[in-house]
Design a protein around this ligand. Structure first.
Ligand SMILES: [Zn+2]
Length: 304
């Protein structure tokens, strides 16, 4: 081993500090996704204009822009005019932060023990992050990117907008490039594809196609009111299902879609009002995170 192992207690402290740091990065990404989801479908620039209050137009100060904390310190109100700010912004930041933190512990610090085929015996933040383990860090970033894209799509869908093509094209390009360069980012393969080097990207495309198909049913089942609304919802679901398939592969995306159908059947009892206010893509985000965290446990009994 090229580096000295750390004493146990120091290693655990370093794990916690690193996980909190990664969680903070996740919440900052969440903050950015809030901006993307609001501006992109409205044709506004994502990068060039700082965040501002939609009522009084004052720019949001840097200290008020700290994820989650900023919203809490302002008690959900604009500092200048007192306009209330939706808790949704803070919730998205918190969700992304928690997701990155959990994934750090379950995927990164265990050396990928959550995956169907483990990558390495390295463990703890010291052996994986501070003495960088390339493949593992790339995989973590890959899954972080998937959760980020899905969250952006879910927020757009929650606002009853159409998911912009730019987001979709970028997400697919990243998936294909990533899996072509680093096939291990695809730990669960479809067994009957024999194309050697191109196996992973081909699997990504197949995963996208097959992963998207069950969402026709899902989307149609959750259509709201009018026909145009329903079609927009199906389209959004199809694209999101395809993204999950491209990043995780065929089998995970089918499992997630089946889990979604079960969740939809269970929540149907709660009533149409909840369903109307809660985008199915938010459920998809949650199920994808769960699948990532328990991948190995799920892959064994639910394989074919
Ligand atoms: Zn204001």
């Amino acid at each position: 081993m090229p580096f000295e192992p750390l004493p146990e207690s120091t290693a655990r402290m370093l794990d916690l500090a690193t996980a909190l740091w990664l969680g903070f990065i996740g919440s900052c990404i969440g903050s950015f996704l809030n901006v993307v989801a609001y501006r992109m479908p409205r044709g506004m620039s994502v990068v060039w204009k700082p965040s501002h209050c939609p009522r009084c137009g004052h720019d949001i100060r840097v200290r008020d822009n700290i994820p989650v904390l900023g919203w809490l310190l302002l008690r959900g109100k604009c500092r200048d005019c007192g306009q209330s700010i939706s808790p949704r912004y803070a919730l998205v930041e918190a969700a992304m932060g928690v997701a990155f933190l959990l994934l750090a512990y379950v995927e990164l610090f265990t050396g990928g023990a959550n995956l169907p085929g483990p990558l390495t015996h390295a463990s703890g933040a010291w052996q994986t992050v501070w003495n960088p383990h390339g493949p593992l860090l790339r995989l973590y970033a890959f899954h972080g990117a998937l959760l980020s894209v899905l969250m952006a799509m879910a927020l757009v869908d929650q606002d009853r907008q159409r998911i912009p093509w730019k987001i979709v094209a970028l997400a697919f390009a990243v998936a294909i490039l990533y899996t072509a360069l680093w096939p291990y980012c695809y730990p669960e393969r479809t067994r009957n594809i024999r194309l050697k080097d191109w196996k992973a990207p081909v699997d990504a495309l197949l995963g996208a196609a097959w992963g998207a198909s069950p969402w026709i049913v899902v989307g149609a089942a959750s259509g709201r009111g009018g026909r145009r609304d329903a079609w927009a919802r199906v389209r959004n679901c199809l694209l999101a299902g395809g993204i999950v398939g491209a990043y995780l592969g065929l089998r995970p995306s089918v499992r997630i879609a089946v889990a979604w159908l079960i969740a939809a059947a269970l929540t149907a009892a709660i009533g149409a009002r909840v369903r109307r206010r809660w985008s199915p893509l938010l459920t998809l985000w949650l199920l994808t995170l769960l699948h990532l965290l328990c991948w190995r446990a799920i892959a064994k009994p639910f394989s074919w």
